[in-house]
Design a protein around this ligand. Structure first.
Ligand SMILES: [Fe+2]
Length: 186
């Protein structure tokens, strides 16, 4: 079970509307290497980790990724909430608007809806942890690409925080992976 804390993991207060960045940020809401993909991946995989430590690590990180989904949703909402229909059209978001208006829905930066086929749960802890390490690296690279595409400090600060968390998660998965490999655990 979960207890909800009514606060973001990192504060977000974006003052400038930016539909172009909102569209690009959807990569991290509904894309293959998104926060949604990460959280569901670890929630599913955790049951077949071979010990309590592994189950706890995947549960911890999955839960934190849920908090990151909320951060990305907040950013997209704040970037779009005051947009006019013309501005949405000019930003190429008219195809999004026709189905969702300004509702928050998990698609990637090209408008492709989220699918569970973005991740695996193989039941093999070594294989799953290798996927998890790659997922964290891909998310880190995506955050770096997003940071290269804006100079808005209100966006750069939370993006940099999220990027750093991917590095921490990668290291924690790698530690566990290396320990299992060393001990021949399956
Ligand atoms: Fe992560």
């Amino acid at each position: 079970m979960f207890k909800y804390e009514k606060m973001l993991e990192y504060p977000i207060n974006i003052r400038k509307k930016d539909l172009r960045m909102a569209k690009l940020l959807m990569a991290q809401l509904g894309g293959p290497d998104s926060e949604l993909s990460a959280s569901l991946r670890y929630f599913c995989q955790r049951y077949t980790m071979p010990d309590a430590k592994g189950k706890a690590l995947l549960t911890d990180i999955a839960t934190e990724e849920f908090g990151h989904i909320e951060m990305i949703q907040t950013m997209i909402y704040q970037l779009t909430k005051d947009a006019s229909l013309k501005e949405l059209k000019d930003a190429g978001l008219d195809s999004y608007f026709v189905q969702h208006k300004k509702g928050i829905y998990p698609v990637d930066a090209s408008g492709v809806p989220f699918t569970a086929s973005y991740f695996q749960s193989t039941g093999d802890p070594i294989v799953d942890l290798q996927e998890d390490m790659a997922a964290e690296e891909k998310a880190r690279a995506t955050y770096e690409n997003l940071m290269d595409l804006t100079d808005d400090a209100d966006l750069l600060a939370p993006l940099s925080f999220l990027r750093q968390r991917e590095v921490v998660h990668f290291n924690r998965f790698k530690e566990l992976h290396d320990e299992y490999k060393k001990n021949g655990l399956k």
